[in-house]
Design a protein around this ligand. Sequence first.
Ligand code: MRU
Length: 361
Amino acid sequence: MIVQAVKWIGDVDGFLQLIDQRKLPAECVKLRCRDVEQLYDAIKTLAVRGAPALGVSAAYGLVLAMQKLSADSNLKQGLDVLAKAGQLLASSRPTAVNLFWALDRVRLCAEKFIATKPTLSEVEGPSTKLQELRSAVLAEANAIYQEDVDMCRRIGQNGEKFIKQGAGILTHCNAGALATAGQGTALSVMFEAHKKGRKFKVYADETRPLLQGARLTAWELKHAGINVVIICDNMAGWLMKRGHISAVITGADRIAANGDAANKIGTYSLSILAREHGIPFYIAAPSSTFDLSIKSGAEIPIEERTADEVRFFEDKRIAPDDVDIYNPAFDVTEARDITAIITERGVIEKPNARKIAEHLQ
Ligand code: MRU
């Protein structure tokens, strides 16, 4: 069973349906986003999360924003609404580049529509073309959605060979269907190996503080019939030492031109542990996760989240309230510690700037 974390329901006047990931695994409930402010809140509070799912959701957010235009609005007002909604969504979470990539793509598509189709009077006066612009924006969001579904499947097919019969695979956070429009990135590799009949065990780091591993990855893998064991984040090194881990596979939120990859906080530590124990470390990500505008991971903005996520466990306080808390949500794994990056196009072994540029050309 592959869950649909993000789905557009209806035509240009439709809504965005999300699985509310704040409530998993206790309840699997759907959240209907009907305006861009509601979507902003859903992204901020992690009702929807994971880099590719954020990109797809943001694209549909622009479709929602355009629903607010009145019938006599002109195309210029349409572009203004897109720009304002884009700014709001772009301020929700800073690390996953897919969000910015999708917003840019929809904006460019709208600008292209306006540059090629209507006359100037239609741009600035009441326009019969507004409906067409709204349809073009929805079509672009649908294309981003469909491409993500395809990329996820191909990532799995390109990476499944790295999971050998009897392997122990360690993963961190959630890079599954819940994090994408399709069947995930790191988990897609596992789903495809499972489809081939291979038996293996997945160790899912619980992933403090928000427990995406325990709540989401374990939930997805269990439903898929894959053998999954949850471990606390501080147990990985010991499992490696005892020979339980044959490979680490995670997703990524942004990959710099040189291959440095940001992912959920704790991934960097795993990469160092994997290097120390001679264990291969794979990143699975679509090409929309690469940011070739930045040279290295040092330039990746790292989201810092509220102290209460660490201070409280649900409603229960688990730390004194007068103690400082630091809560960065992501870290950066250095390219030299990545055995390979698996994308929808193939595999980049020992990634570096030249190989990445060639791969994405
Ligand atoms: O804070 P989150 O839950 O959005 O963090 C998600 C991750 O770190 C994922 O590993 C990453 O986005 C890749 S998802 C295919």
